[in-house]
Design a protein around this ligand. Structure first.
Ligand code: WT7
Length: 635
């Protein structure tokens, strides 16, 4: 038996040692014993971080949906695969069994084929958290089409940028979505985006809110009638292990979003294996991750990881505050959830509303609690531990990234003793390194540095769609022969890792990864704006909020216009989405710049955080006098 399910700390250390001593044979054993391959691989791993090139299970043939659905049909056909909990608590939840999932994915896959989608084509999915989102993802994977899910909170501009970057042939969307007491006109956003997307040939529309929408003749099709006519079985397309499974965009510190490309075989093996161990999932458990499938957390730990283990996974359409702040706990009680995985920002928002909402419900089914997306502060950690877990459910603080595909540093519940704010130990097979600014590895404990990974793991992204050079420059150039994460971390006296945050120009707001450059680009489009700089500052609930410094072309004319702040945020909402709106906007005469013209964000960050006692060395500034002006007018 391979070490598929780790239960004790000793076992963790033993398996970890094995996994790093001989990674190839370790992952081969896991892959061989727990998955369905149509053909075995010729070579477990080949890699070269200098190119960079990484291939896992080369030559193997598989289809991930066969692993996530078909192979469970004999043993778990009538087991619930997906529990759908609608936005409105009065609408009935749906329980979709593995058999039903098979039927729905196959029909959807046949519709895609009839619409001319073939292996390798890109399909953009822009849907709310309804079953069709998971089903369309799986339907693409069924026929080897590459899905590119765009979070349905993104604006039409953000959507069209992503569609065009990978030349998607189709968009799958809905007439609209529910979000708490509001409805959102998703189809309208798609129509706007598509004015600018020549590669799109067809749009499939799910009916969700029964709104009156425009359907463009020849391009747009209601999904349901097509599904009704489609055949209920569809042979899976047999894929190479290294064939792309999906593209998922993530913000970078500069320029346009990066389309991270994930593989089929390695991604499957790693997400399934991490899911099993990090959540200690057992047959008949009900697992719930509150993320949206528009993010990597949803791809790996709502869809692929859970289904590859034959698990029951909850999909929630709504928001934590509707109809009131007890909604999460009501759902845990209603579906007897055993593993609950959410983000620090949600925990902080709910903690603020008090424990009464939590205490109304029976949470005794919970066994494991998880958090992801940003560093969790000590207060939120304890609130979660005390009030949700009642001090008996270990908290897994899972550190990972869109780029890593799966969880990289995390406790294994009931094995690794937890420590508030620490993601603790590297997961099996993961070899972290802390690096200093001169590119040297910092050995030993009680140290901090830039977090890198020394050795490939199966679910790492293989490239950036259409821009391999950027992939190399972003992740493999800062430190030789290392994958650089962009995060800083410290290692304590026993070797536990604590992630301290981004060391680049990415800011994590409410767990969303936002690059400064695209936001600045949006602001600079305002006719009154000459230049801008965005930094993050600490925020009680969001973790970080955005602070914008804006230079106007004509200060006299615009300074008094309060509307200008609104207009700037409106532009950001249009270009990126409401998640990127600024909390504070300070109009200024200048920005601190180095002699080479680079904005010194370090100084701006300190001012935004009201920490101006020690601004560090400002002698290299071209214009040191602006610093005092900015401090005097800080918000
Ligand atoms: C960045 C990646 C991975 C799913 C969600 C985010 C930060 C993520 C943690 C954690 C501290 C964390 C890092 C990372 N982050 N998890 N447990 N503790 N920081 O995916 O949007 O690609 O963002 O989120 O800064 O680099 P993402």
């Amino acid at each position: 038996m391979s070490n598929y399910h780790i239960k004790h700390l000793e076992e963790y250390f033993q398996v970890y040692r094995k996994s790093v001593r001989n990674p190839e044979s370790f992952w081969e054993e896991v892959a061989e014993e727990h998955f369905l391959w149509r053909k075995r691989w010729d070579n477990a791993l080949s890699w070269d971080f200098s190119k960079p090139e990484v291939k896992w299970f080369e030559g193997a043939k598989l289809n991930i949906t066969e692993n996530c659905i078909d192979r469970h049909l004999n043993t778990r056909g009538d087991k619930t695969a997906i529990i759908f909990e609608p936005n409105d608590p009065n609408e009935a939840a749906q329980h979709i069994t593995y058999k039903q999932l098979h039927d729905r994915v196959c029909r959807f896959a046949n519709v895609l084929k009839e619409q001319g989608i073939q292996k390798g084509d890109r399909v953009c999915i822009y849907l709310p958290m309804i079953p069709e989102l998971a089903i369309s993802v799986l339907a693409c994977a069924r026929i080897g089409a590459i899905h590119s899910v765009v979070f349905a909170g993104f604006s039409s501009t953000a959507l069209s940028t992503r569609i065009n970057d990978s030349d998607c042939k189709m968009v799958i969307t809905s007439d609209g979505s529910y979000r708490g007491s509001k409805t959102i006109d998703l189809k309208g956003i798609v129509d706007e985006a598509l004015e600018d997307c020549p590669s799109i040939q067809s749009v499939l529309v799910v009916k969700r809110i029964n709104s009156d929408i425009q359907m463009k003749e020849g391009r747009d099709h209601w999904l349901q009638p097509l599904l009704d006519e489609a055949y209920h079985d569809c042979e899976p397309e047999i894929m190479d292990s290294e064939d792309p499974l999906f593209i998922l965009y993530t913000s970078g510190s500069t320029g346009k979003p990066k389309g991270m490309v994930h593989s089929s075989g390695g991604y499957m093996v790693y997400t399934a294996y991490t899911f099993k161990n990090v959540f200690q999932y057992r047959e008949n458990d009900v697992y719930w991750c509150t993320a949206d499938i528009g993010w990597i957390t949803g791809h790996s730990y709502i869809v692929y990881g859970p289904l590859a283990n034959g698990a029951t996974t909850v999909m929630f359409e709504g928001v934590p505050s509707y109809p009131d702040f007890g909604r999460f706990w009501e759902i845990v009680d209603k579906h007897q959830v055993n593993q609950f995985y959410t983000a620090p920002t949600a925990i902080r928002a709910l903690a603020k509303e008090g424990v009464d909402y939590v205490e109304k419900y029976d949470l005794s089914s919970l066994k494991v609690l998880g958090t992801v997306g940003e560093p969790i502060n000590e207060e939120a950690w304890h609130w979660y531990d005390d009030n949700v877990g009642k001090k008996k459910s270990p908290i897994v603080d899972t550190w990972w990234q869109t780029e890593t595909g799966g969880i990289m540093i995390s406790p294994i519940p009931f094995a690794t003793p937890t420590k508030p704010t620490y993601a603790t130990l590297p997961f099996i097979g993961i070899q972290p390194a802390l690096m200093d600014e001169n590119g040297k590895e910092i050995k030993g404990n009680q140290v901090d540095g830039r977090l890198c990974i020394k050795f490939p793991w199966p679910s790492m992204a293989r490239t950036i769609w259409g821009d391999h050079q950027r992939y190399k420059d972003t992740y493999f150039s800062a430190f030789e022969n290392m994958y650089f994460t962009g995060d800083g971390a410290l290692r304590d006296e026993v070797g536990y890792y604590r992630i301290t945050g981004r060391v680049d120009d990415v800011i994590i707001v409410s767990g969303h990864n936002l690059g400064t450059a695209p936001i600045e680009d949006a602001i600079n489009e305002h006719p009154a704006v000459a230049e801008s700089a965005i930094v993050g500052f600490p925020h009680d609930i969001k973790g970080n909020a955005l602070y914008g410094y804006v230079i106007l072309k004509d200060t006299g004319e615009y300074r008094r216009h309060d509307n200008l702040r609104k207009e700037i945020n409106q532009l950001i909402t249009e270009q990126i989405g409401p998640i990127a709106k600024l909390d504070k906007i300070q109009f200024t005469q200048g920005l601190p710049k180095t002699r080479s013209g680079k904005i010194m964000r370090r100084i701006l960050r300190k001012i935004a955080s009201k920490d101006t006692s020690n601004l560090g060395d400002t002698s290299t500034l071209l214009n040191p006098e602006v610093v005092q002006e900015i401090i005097d007018n800080a918000l």
